[in-house]
Design a protein around this ligand. Structure first.
Ligand code: GDP
Ligand code: IMO
Ligand code: MG
Length: 428
């Protein structure tokens, strides 16, 4: 089972960190392929909890080589801080490999992210403010800085100067900010580049050679399907492709080498930032889910918007990612509810939609059509076999599986490594 892609099936924070860690201990490489430090992936091992932003969750597994692929946007300062933080906790980061073709989040990208969001007022996206959008915009505009540019002073100066030529005008004249000094920016970037140098490699070649040798590579997505720049709730999305296809473009590995695509879904739904969310709850049920599920952002600390499971979203995720398996997380959070609503379809101005309306005007008007399922009260955190779950809990999972059009292969029953029910192996 050499190439496995793992992605978020909803709006992020589904528990991709935990799901990656579940498999990460048994694979040779864990490669991040998209996004940057807008991600916050939690891995809990015993009493230790790790919040990973740029580093692949495989960094926690001593036998896996963590890789940051070319599709990731790298803020070098954040990466170095994250490495230092983990090393001080006894996690060896020396195995890390960073693609020389990955784009760099420069100090001016962070600034532009913040000022444009402020300028947008009510029309803001609610970004994480980490400079993700502006860095990807420069990549697409062909004025970006790649990791390999950090090792060629003259080239870097030329590129930074070119990038700032227009941006400084915008910062000063439109946003009333100070201009960035080209030389100071270059020196700052050269200094972090020097520290990153030992990790930098031709990661596409390394991953392809590994796959050809029969090694297993897990491609770990940041963000999620509904935040995808092409397939998500545009414009309330991130600026990369967190869907499965992004694993190929974001690492330089062809689709013929991918054998399995795992979607991670919560047993309910959360979203941070702005944008439509049909099953969002504005009453005490939403607050209950937030409290039970500790739904606060790992990256920004923002309270997450909470809602019931949306099967239209999951069916769509199965379709656009070609899912072979679902890891269903946080089932334990629903314990104690008398009844659990599941959104099976949408009502858009009187018309029933069983499939995702890709016209965003229709999606923004979508009202959930619910089916009710009976809940359960038993603590399920120590259950390790599907058959040992309360019958109503089994029925809830089976219903989600049927509505999602993809088998559920693992079920999360708590944040710890062993809070898991493995229904089908994710590796064979
Ligand atoms: P990611 O961005 O997809 O990796 O998810 P986050 O780490 O942002 O958020 C998921 C949160 O849920 C983290 O705090 C995890 O420790 C926690 N978590 C993951 N799986 C489970 C589960 O099955 N049950 C419970 N109660 N918590 C879980
Ligand atoms: P993980 O990997 C949840 C959201 C932001 C905002 C939108 C655009 O932990 O699931 P950006 O800073 O990317 O330009 O913000 O995307 N967002 C996430 N929401 N989980 C994430 O990552 C996210 N990364 C970005 O809140 O709505
Ligand atoms: Mg997260």
């Amino acid at each position: 089972m050499p190439g496995i892609v793992l992605i978020g099936a909803q709006w992020g924070d589904e528990g991709k960190g935990k799901a990656t860690d579940l498999i990460g201990t048994k694979v040779d490489y864990v490669a991040r392929f998209n996004g940057g430090n807008n991600a916050g992936h939690t891995v809990v091992v015993g009493d230790e909890s790790y919040a990973l932003h740029l580093l692949p969750s495989g960094i926690i597994s001593p036998n896996a080589t963590p890789v940051i692929g070319n599709g990731v946007v790298v803020d070098p300062e954040v990466l170095l801080e994250e490495i230092d933080g983990l090393e001080s906790r006894g996690i060896d980061c020396s195995r890390l490999l960073v693609s020389e073709s990955a784009h760099v989040i420069a100090p001016y990208h962070r600034m532009i992210d913040k000022v444009t969001e402020r300028f947008a007022g009510k029309k803001k996206i609610g970004t994480t403010g980490r400079g993700i959008g502006p860095a990807y915009a420069d990549k697409i505009n062909r004025v970006g800085i790649r990791i390999s540019d950090l090792f060629h002073e003259d080239v870097l100066r030329d590129k930074v100067s070119n990038a700032l030529h227009q941006k400084n005008q915008m910062l000063v004249k439109l946003y009333n900010r100070r201009a960035f000094d080209v030389e100071a920016t270059v020196q700052e970037m050269l200094a972090v580049g020097e520290r990153l140098k030992p990790y930098v490699a031709n990661t596409s070649l390394i991953l392809n050679n590994a796959l050809d040798d029969g090694k297993t590579v897990l491609f770990e997505g940041g963000q999620a399907t509904m935040l995808d720049i092409d397939h998500g709730t545009y414009p309330f999305v991130t600026s990369s492709n967190p869907t499965a296809g992004g694993a190929c473009t974001g690492t330089g590995v062809g689709p013929t080498k991918i054998n399995r695509v795992i979607g991670v879904s919560k047993a309910y739904v959360t979203r941070v930032g702005e944008g439509p969310f049909p099953t969002e709850l504005f009453d005490e049920s939403g607050e209950w889910l937030r409290a039970q599920g500790h739904e606060y952002g790992v990256t920004t600390g923002r309270p997450r918007r909470c809602g019931w499971f949306d099967a239209v979203v999951n069916r769509y995720a199965t379709q656009v990612n070609g899912l072979t398996d679902i890891v269903l997380t946080k089932l334990d959070v629903l314990t104690g509810l008398k009844e659990i609503p599941i959104c099976v379809a949408y009502d858009v101005n009187g018309v029933r939609y069983d499939d995702m309306p890709t016209d965003q005007t229709a999606f923004a008007a979508a009202k959930p059509i619910y089916e009710m399922m009976p809940g359960w009260t038993e603590d399920i955190s120590q259950v390790h076999a599907f058959e040992d779950l309360p019958q109503t809990c089994q029925d809830y999972v089976k219903k989600l599986e049927e509505l999602s059009g993809c088998r559920i292969s693992a079920i999360g029953t708590g944040p710890q490594r062993d809070h898991i029910i493995e229904v089908h192996s994710l590796l064979d």
